[in-house]
Design a protein around this ligand. Sequence first.
Ligand code: ATP
Ligand code: MG
Length: 400
Amino acid sequence: MNFEHIMIRYGEMALKKKNRNQFERRLHHNIIEKLKPYPNTHVKKTRDRMYVLLNGEPEDEVMKSLQEVFGIHSLSFAVKTDKTEELIKEAALFAFQADDTAKTFKVSAKRTDKQFPVHSQDLNQHLGGYILAHTEGVRVDVHNPDVELKVEVRHDAAYVTSKDYPGAGGLPVGTTGKSLLLLSGGIDSPVAGYLTMKRGVEIEAVHFHSPPYTSERAKQKVLDLAKAMTRYGNRVKVHVVPFTKVQQKIHREMPEGYSMTIMRRMMMRISESLANNREILSLTTGESLGQVASQTMESMHAINDVTNYPIIRPLVSMDKLDIIDLSKKIGTYDISIRPFEDCCTVFLPSAPKTRPTREKAASYEAHADFTDDLQEALRQTETIEFKSGDTINKEFEDLL
Ligand code: ATP
Ligand code: MG
């Protein structure tokens, strides 16, 4: 006998009755995309579950991939059998013995198919008895078992599952709209992107770079971050905006203490135009509160002044150490700590204002006309699309 299936449970989606069909279709689609490296797998949808038929693909790898798909609440390896009590008994014994550390168990049977002649309570007892008769040193513990064997007698077949593996939670990417992520080469913005995707949002990214002040490697780092994010979003577009001229003009013509605030305001303006042209309805940043000069309440107020787009800031209340932990977990940390400068660090003033105001920022900007520079930056923006499976550059990692 074998675990031929992985059973997929999706919790939160069941709550949203109205959108349920769309959500299920999207989840189904996302799972199929995610499992492309395992071409023999087959994804089946039943009324309120999905099953992946493994067809000989490596079960642990497929399980790990599925654990990165948003919208899945939990997963289990499953044995599927025909609906006879004898076969269900064998399946239950197999599922129990698959975990060779388990010493106690309980059986929880459920009949969706009420035609099945054995009642759930009786089935629990029969299966429990069968397992006890075929094992040694094992006992039933209904309160705190090592393994809970779940038996579901459904219309198409019976399924027996043992251990629950946690899914990534959240909602299927693509079900709640699109956001433009301001992606720097730092630790924070990829984590912000991950958390936004977790709520079902599809992400496109925008990156501002300033050659020759920022190197080709700094750009490569950001592209690699975008590739890393395809693990969760499947496809990620990156818009690379040449920002050198705008930066130089700010550096030349704006007071040093306000250069950072004004630079961020310019980024917001360009991002809003990009979003507007692409029917994207919000921006996402990796801003948190209190980390650096650009992230005071006053600074946020001054920067936010130039756009009325909703700005999603998933990290706003997170501690830096928690953000770092999450970036390690999602696989972006090692890329983020590659030592290349981004455009902000290069032009960063020695003493940026920590309490800028909207009024002053606007009055300084009125002394110079940035319209053409912003237009040109938008025109020369380069767009690259990545899909899951694109390989990440490893060659820089020995520089760490
Ligand atoms: P990160 O770790 O994401 O770089 P940070 O802690 O360095 O963030 P800031 O430098 O204040 O913080 O940047 C705040 C946010 O502004 C970033 O999280 C990102 O969303 C955006 N941002 C900064 N620099 C760039 C850039 N060169 N291109 C695109 N977005 C940027
Ligand atoms: Mg940064």
